[in-house]
Design a protein. Sequence first.
Length: 100
Amino acid sequence: MYDDDDYVDFDEYKNMQAAINTGYCWSMEGSVGRAMMGAIEAGYCMLGKERARDYYGNTIPSRKDVKAGTKGSYRYVKDRMGKSWADRLNRLKETTPRLY
């Protein structure tokens, strides 16, 4: 879990999570998908609530498809960033995010 002294911009990851939730990010250019996967692997974001498809038709699993505690799951985010962070991401609506 991150230390109180570490600054992590929740709004940045909230927008990334919104893009992951819609599945839209997986059809964008490769650097966007890689950034989303980096956030998932670091425990800042979790997989979407539903499966998605990437540009090539590959299936991106949902957070329900992966084992609890593994990358992309709610518990993985909770273990790294804390319950409050994970709960806030988990409550996000399925809306189109602002991508800069």
